[in-house]
Design a protein around this ligand. Structure first.
Ligand SMILES: *Cc1c(COP(=O)(O)O)cnc(C)c1O
Length: 423
């Protein structure tokens, strides 16, 4: 990599990284690290963009809900525990991280399902407009959802190569909704949420933001940007656990503007009346469909209790310190080894992870894993390193980059044992 000139001209070393962990600006959040379970000794997990770290309380809470809730209380659990309120409580606990009011966020279903639900909601409130704009190089589900709607005759899909194509794609005045990923899942490029939301709305369309690679990593301001709709992943930086339910947000003005795309008993105004006819609940509750996933929500609740005390500005600052350090370490320690930074250098243009381009990204990821450094690769050549602002230390980044340097320098990654594909 190209070495960026630094103001001090001294290279970072391990000791400086240790001091960065103690720096006043990031120390407050660093203390929350103790509320997460330690991983295996010597391992560095830089895969928070796939599965975030586990809060230490998760095993005890799971044990309790299984034992006291399922074994003993059984159906009474619905009355005597917070099971029915979890979608609301979890949404309220993370709302400040995305710049939303607590009552405007729910946690339920998956990101893919919520994305579909909100695309259809946007179509319902935009009649007769029926064009859905999606990005070509986007997380597959987001495009498939639009394709599915088009295939069913419910929408017309328009694909853009990038946001530079938006003005032209919007010009016909026929667009109902534009689906945009705030952060590119490969390069980690972060889009301008405020500017693009204004652009889309200026053409009378709505925007649906997927916040999956940003929520829990960087500060997001949905209300400040006047965003219409948003969804995001619960198991990445938000630490909800493998396959955790996702979140969804609908702006107050749109919540009751139409019936939801999927009507179910949990979205009924009076769930336990078992009324013959549907009557959508007020506000965000109408976007709930079926029974809450109590076990998954219980795991998520351990993370939610941590998020409640996290100041988004402090989170953003620590993320910035970690990822700026990581980029500087890659510059300084891996210069001339064939890596190319794929992510923007400017923090406001970057999402959760840092990506580098390298032809052998997949075998390098495996060679690193064998050395106890967990990262991920995405086709064709992206190597993704995802620190978690609440658990990753600056020294972990130092250790990880030293391992990367050795893997590249020795040519170890070209050994046949690292050639088999992995997730
Ligand atoms: C991870 C991710 C998802 C995940 O969707 P699931 O329904 O949980 O499988 C969706 N969108 C984006 C952009 C993602 O990065």
């Amino acid at each position: 990599m190209r070495v960026e000139p630094s103001a001090t001209r001294t290279l970072l070393d391990r000791l400086v990284c240790e001091r960065l962990d103690d720096a006043a600006s990031t120390a407050a959040l660093h203390a929350l690290r103790a509320r997460f379970a330690a991983g295996p000794a010597g391992m560095v997990h830089l895969d928070a963009n796939s599965i975030g770290p586990m809060p230490a309380e998760v095993p005890a809470r799971m044990q309790q809900v299984v034992d006291e809730g399922w074994r003993v209380l059984r159906r009474r659990g619905w009355n005597e525990r917070d099971w029915l309120d979890q979608p609301r409580n979890l949404g309220a606990a993370i709302a400040h991280l995305i710049g939303a009011r607590p009552q405007d966020v729910r946690v339920a279903d998956t990101t893919s399902v919520n994305h579909y639900k909100l695309l259809r909601h946007a179509l319902a409130v935009a009649t007769p407009r029926r064009v859905v704009i999606v990005q070509r190089e986007v997380f597959p589900s987001n495009r498939y959802a639009a394709e599915g709607l088009a295939h069913a005759g419910l929408a017309e899909m328009r694909v853009i190569d990038g946001v530079q194509d938006l003005p032209q794609a919007l010009a016909g005045g026929d667009v109902a909704v534009v689906s945009l990923s705030l952060v590119d899942y490969r390069s980690s490029e972060r889009l301008d949420m405020a500017g693009l939301t204004r652009l889309v709305q200026g053409h009378g369309a709505r925007v649906l933001w997927d916040l999956s690679h940003a929520a829990g990593a960087v500060a997001i301001d949905l209300l400040g940007c006047n965003v219409d709709l948003a969804v995001g992943c619960g198991y990445k930086y938000l630490c909800g656990g493998p396959g955790a339910p996702a979140f969804l947000y609908v702006s107050p003005a749109l919540q009751e503007a139409a019936w939801p795309a999927m009507c179910g008993w949990m979205g009924h105004a009076d769930t336990f009346a078992f009324a013959p006819a549907h009557a959508p609940a007020a506000g965000m509750d109408r976007f709930l469909v079926g029974t809450p996933a109590v076990l998954a929500n219980t795991a998520f609740a351990a993370a939610a209790d941590i998020w409640r005390v996290v100041d988004p500005a402090a989170l953003d600052a620590r993320h910035r310190s970690l990822t700026d350090t990581l980029i500087r370490l890659l510059d300084e320690q891996c210069a001339g080894l064939g890596l190319e930074l794929a992510s923007p250098r400017e923090h406001t243009h970057r999402g959760g992870h840092v990506a580098v381009r390298f032809e052998g990204a997949a075998p390098v990821a495996q060679a690193l894993s064998a050395r106890g450094v967990v990262v991920s690769a995405r086709k064709p050549d992206a190597l993704r390193l995802a620190a978690h602002p609440l658990t990753t230390r600056h020294v972990d980044l130092w250790d990880a980059v030293q391992a990367l340097r050795q893997v590249l320098h020795s040519g170890e990654w070209q050994e046949p044992r690292f050639a088999a594909p992995a997730v």
